[in-house]
Structures are given as structure tokens and as C-alpha cells.
Design a protein around this ligand. Structure first.
Ligand SMILES: NC(=O)c1ccc[n+]([C@@H]2O[C@H](COP(=O)([O-])OP(=O)(O)OC[C@H]3O[C@@H](n4cnc5c(N)ncnc54)[C@H](O)[C@@H]3O)[C@@H](O)[C@H]2O)c1
Ligand SMILES: O=C(O)C(=O)C[C@]1(C(=O)O)C=C[C@@H](O)C=C1
Length: 368
């Protein structure tokens, strides 16, 4: 199978898709295009793509696969442009957008029926943007949702999955509308809540005589990390998943009223049950299995809570070229040993790190 691949939009996801394709198909020739010249040049310099094109038309003219990785409203504009070009007759077009219904509908209405379009959404990412944040293993262990309509031939779907095999993701087929409801619930709506919470705190901050934000501790930071993501990407997502998100916003108001009543009535039992239900569901989420929540592999280390210890640990890991995704001291008090939690992208990285660090530290893996 020849593999001329055009990747349109060379940001975090386009870059990661390009790297993942190259992982499994060394022979694939990847041409990149981005409206942002900076990203385009950077993608070439970082060898994320083999070559860059100076126009969309140039990028796609001899492509066997076209992967669109732009914000979702832009994706519709790109599809409209593609419908005017002469493309290879057997080209397969896909996208990575976080919404699916409007894109799939748009593709169907605008592309020649002989062209194969398969909607896609790799369910992993980050609040970071741009090609410099791209990683070949970003989608490892994640679900990769595909939304082929009934006209898509099995062999074309298989060709696309084969192209994307280097993502090491698990492919799942869904109807586009099912996708938008599901992802609305576990990704889009939580994003709205994170941003609302930050704005709420920021506005409250203005009315205080001290700086509230300075006191923001782990809990606030954990629940609001995603509010640092790209406003362009999220604006487009809200515009294209409007009905689902309107309904969820209304439903959440009822949920807030419920806990508000329990507080007002000082109903300790109900409040306890409320948190217990939430804890049970949250604790039951698969930790290492594939899901919208990226799997992290944690290693715990007993360390002396003293200056330089984190540097010593990271140096040892760097020496073995083991990357970490997060590092944090938890439950430290002056009179006890600190516990360092280090997170890794893969189980293999975690196991290798354990082997390196257990020579000097007591290490633990939480296997529950
Ligand atoms: N960030 C995530 O966590 C995540 C995860 C899964 C899917 N997605 C989806 O992936 C897509 C890309 O998101 P990202 O995180 O890579 O954003 P990004 O901002 O890192 O990259 C988007 C790139 O698209 C380019 N672009 C915009 N309009 C274009 C056009 N008309 N032609 C060519 N290039 C264009 C931008 O210049 C930018 O470089 C979005 O549709 C998003 O919904 C994002
Ligand atoms: O990890 C994050 O920062 C993300 O927000 C990733 C996330 C998600 O909600 O899980 C965000 C949007 C994408 O469409 C898919 C994944």
C-alpha cells in the first residue's frame, strides 16, 4: 500500500498523529500544511513531517490519506476547500476533531460521494498546544473513536486503522451523535466547569482584600488544569456541540440545587452519601485501562524531605532516558519521611524507573 500522507494542522494532535504514523510506517511520506508559518517551519525542523507544503492544495494533491487536525470549525472550512480540488480517486480523508456530528454531516454534504471520509477522535490530549508538545506516544492506551457512516467500505476503515496503528490506541466505532453525547459528558462539559470555576474564583478574587489565587492549593489546581487549554479549540467545540451542552448545563443546575438543599437543611447524612457516591464512581474509574482519562503509571518513593532529593531522583531517571509526566511530594510533614509520587506515561517506563530507583530508595507501586 502506498502511503503519501497529508497532515493538515500541525499542532499538538496533528504533530502527534504524524509521529505515530511514522512509528509504524517508516515508508510513509508525510507532507504537512498549517496556516501558521511558525508551526509549519517548526514541524519540519523537529522532523515531525518529511516535507511542508505552501498551500492546502499542494499538500493534498498526491495524498493517499488526508488527516485534518485543525480546530473543528476550521475542519469544516478545510473540507469545503478539499471538495474543490482534484484528489486521488482512492483517497481516504479523516479528522481528529473533538466533535463529530457536524463534521460528518458537513463532509457528506460537500464531498464527492466517491471520496471516503471517516470521522475520527483520538481520546487523549493535553492542555498544551502546538507542534512542540507533540509526542508519538500521546495516544497510547487511549480510545480512538471512529465514526464511519454506512457507506464506508470495511476495507477503507481497515486501511485507516492500519495507518494509525502506531498510535497504539484502541479503535472504537460509534455513531457521530452518540460520540457527541458521550464526549460532551466526559470531556466537553467538564471543561466548561473547569473554566467556570476558574472565572468564579477570579471574580471573587477582585472583591477580597487579600489575593485568593495565592492560596490556591492542590485541589483547585487539579480540578482546573484543563482550563489552561486552547480557547480557540474549545470555542469551536462548544459551537459544534451546542444542543448536548445546553441540556447538560440545565441538568447541572438541578444537581447543584440538590447539594444546595442538603447544605441548607444541614442534612449530614445526605451530604455524606453525596460524597460517597461520587467517590465510589471516581475510584471505580479504570486507572490503567484505556479511557478518556489518560492512563498514568505512578511510582511512590520514600525520600528524605530535604533539598536536592528531587534533583537526585530526576537525574537518575534522565541518565536512563526515562521520561516522567509528573512529580509531586505528598503528605510531607517535618517529622516524617516525604513520599514522592512520580507519574510515567507507560507501565514499561514505570517498571524501568523502579529498577533504577530501588537501589537507593524504598519504592512502591499502587496496584489496586
Ligand atoms: N488538545 C487535545 O487535547 C485534543 C485531543 C483530541 C482531539 N483534539 C482536536 O484536535 C484538533 C487540533 O487540536 P490541537 O490540540 O492539536 O490544537 P493546536 O492549537 O495545537 O493545533 C491546531 C493547528 O491547526 C492549525 N490550523 C488552524 N486552522 C487551520 C487551517 N484552516 N488550515 C491548516 N491549519 C490550520 C493551527 O495553526 C494550529 O497549528 C482540534 O479539532 C481538537 O478538537 C484535541
Ligand atoms: O488531558 C487533557 O488535557 C484533555 O483535556 C484531553 C481531552 C479530554 O477531555 O480528555 C480533551 C479534548 C479532547 O477532545 C480529548 C481529550
Amino acid at each position: 500500500m502506498s502511503k503519501q500522507v497529508a497532515v493538515i494542522g500541525l499542532g499538538l494532535i496533528g504533530g502527534s498523529i504524524a509521529l505515530a504514523i511514522k512509528n509504524h510506517h517508516e515508508d510513509a511520506r508525510i507532507t504537512g500544511f498549517d496556516v501558521n508559518q511558525n508551526q509549519l517551519q517548526l514541524a519540519k525542523a523537529l522532523r515531525v513531517v518529511d516535507e511542508t507544503a505552501s498551500s492546502l492544495e499542494e499538500a493534498v494533491q498526491s495524498a493517499d490519506f488526508i488527516m485534518i487536525a485543525a480546530p473543528v470549525v476550521q475542519t469544516e472550512h478545510i473540507l469545503a476547500q478539499l471538495s474543490e480540488y482534484s484528489l486521488k480517486s482512492n483517497v481516504i480523508i479523516s479528522d481528529v476533531g473533538s466533535t463529530k456530528h457536524s463534521i460528518v454531516k458537513h463532509a457528506k454534504s460537500i464531498l464527492d460521494p466517491s471520496i471516503t471520509f471517516i470521522g475520527g477522535h483520538p481520546m487523549a490530549g493535553s492542555h498544551k498546544t502546538g507542534v512542540s508538545a507533540a509526542k508519538s506516544h500521546l495516544f497510547e492506551n487511549a480510545f480512538y473513536i471512529l465514526t464511519p457512516d454506512q457507506n464506508v467500505a470495511e476495507k477503507d476503515l481497515n486501511k485507516l486503522m492500519d495507518l494509525l496503528r502506531g498510535t497504539k490506541a484502541t479503535f472504537v466505532e460509534l455513531e457521530a451523535e452518540e460520540h457527541d453525547y458521550l464526549v460532551g459528558l466526559i470531556s466537553h462539559f467538564p471543561h466548561i466547569l473547569a473554566a467556570s470555576l476558574v472565572n468564579f474564583v477570579s471574580e471573587s478574587n477582585n472583591n477580597q482584600r487579600f489575593n485568593v489565587a495565592r492560596f490556591a492549593a492542590g485541589g483547585f489546581r487539579d480540578i482546573t488544569r484543563i482550563a489552561s487549554a486552547s480557547p480557540v479549540m474549545w470555542r469551536d467545540i462548544l459551537l459544534r456541540n451546542k444542543e448536548v451542552l445546553l441540556q447538560m448545563t440545565d441538568d447541572l443546575k438541578l444537581e447543584l440545587d440538590r447539594i444546595r438543599n442538603y447544605i441548607e437543611q444541614e442534612d449530614g447524612d445526605k451530604i455524606f452519601d453525596y460524597f460517597t457516591d461520587a467517590k465510589d464512581f471516581r475510584d471505580g474509574l479504570p486507572v490503567r485501562s484505556r479511557g478518556a482519562i489518560p492512563a498514568f503509571y505512578d511510582l511512590f518513593l520514600d525520600v528524605q524531605d530535604q533539598p536536592g532529593v528531587i534533583a537526585a531522583v530526576t537525574q537518575k531517571l534522565a541518565g536512563e532516558e526515562i521520561s516522567i509526566t509528573n512529580i509531586r511530594i505528598i503528605e510531607t510533614r517535618e517529622d516524617i519521611m516525604g513520599v514522592l509520587r512520580i507519574s510515567f506515561r507507560s507501565e514499561l517506563d514505570r517498571d524501568n524507573a523502579k529498577a533504577v530507583l530501588e537501589r537507593d530508595f524504598d519504592t512502591y507501586v499502587d496496584d489496586k
